[in-house]
Design a protein around this ligand. Structure first.
Ligand SMILES: CC(=O)SCCNC(=O)CCNC(=O)[C@H](O)C(C)(C)COP(=O)(O)OP(=O)(O)OC[C@H]1O[C@@H](n2cnc3c(N)ncnc32)[C@H](O)[C@@H]1OP(=O)(O)O
Length: 183
């Protein structure tokens, strides 16, 4: 078996910056979430490629929360770094921020985590591990490990509660919800 290699996160840190133009807006005049997601996918891809040296596909995206709207004319930057390395996948953390070019005020608009899987000839391939060089990198790696555990719990719970009979057990939880059960 080939010996594992390890690389520091700083080697694959990637930033994409783009000016927000009118064609990117939604009906409310703000920048479409889809435009931002597309930029995030690009930076995740570039960052994952830099770390792994392979073509990478997006397997999943965690935590897409749009905290603040982005306006036309702002500069949007996507700051990406590899936070976690599995066997064939890496988690790329992306901080999105907008800059008002007149005032230079920077606003954090969201943070998301993209799981990217390295591929070679349509097969998944092992990725280099990560050398953790700072407290921040250690924290990010640990948080990614925790997210993995919580995602498994979430998946298992969904697999467990499937049939109407399973749900009936939890109907009392729905009493305080904004719905009425009429059967
Ligand atoms: C760049 C782009 O945007 S590509 C376009 C969008 N993306 C795609 O089209 C990808 C479509 N999906 C696929 O091709 C497949 O589901 C793959 C390649 C992502 C995974 O294939 P699988 O057969 O599930 O592979 P396998 O079970 O070996 O898992 C490979 C790795 O992916 C991880 N993985 C697979 N699915 C998920 C998921 N939903 N969430 C998080 N990680 C996942 C696994 O945990 C594993 O990681 P590890 O090796 O580090 O432990």
């Amino acid at each position: 078996m080939a010996e594992r290699t390890f690389k520091p996160a700083k080697n694959s840190e990637t930033v994409i910056t783009e000016l927000m133009i009118p064609s990117y807006t939604n009906f409310g005049g703000k920048i479409h979430g889809g435009v931002l997601l597309s930029m995030m996918d690009k930076v995740a891809y570039a960052c994952a490629m830099k770390h792994t040296g392979y073509y990478c596909v997006t397997a999943s995206i965690d935590e897409v929360n749009f905290i603040a709207p982005v306006e036309i004319g702002q500069l949007v930057s996507m700051l990406a770094s590899v936070n976690y390395t599995g066997n064939t996948s890496v988690v790329v953390g992306i901080r999105v921020q907008s800059e008002d070019v007149r005032t230079n005020i920077i606003t954090h608009t969201n943070t998301s985590y993209f799981t990217m899987v390295a591929m070679d000839n349509n097969k998944t391939v092992p990725v280099p591990g990560l050398i953790l060089e700072t407290q921040t990198e250690l924290r990010r790696y640990f948080e990614a490990m925790q997210r993995k555990v919580l995602k498994k719990y979430y998946r298992d719970e969904f697999a467990r509660i499937k049939t109407p009979d399973d749900i009936a057990e939890y109907k009392n939880l729905m009493e305080s919800e904004n719905c009425r059960i009429k059967f």
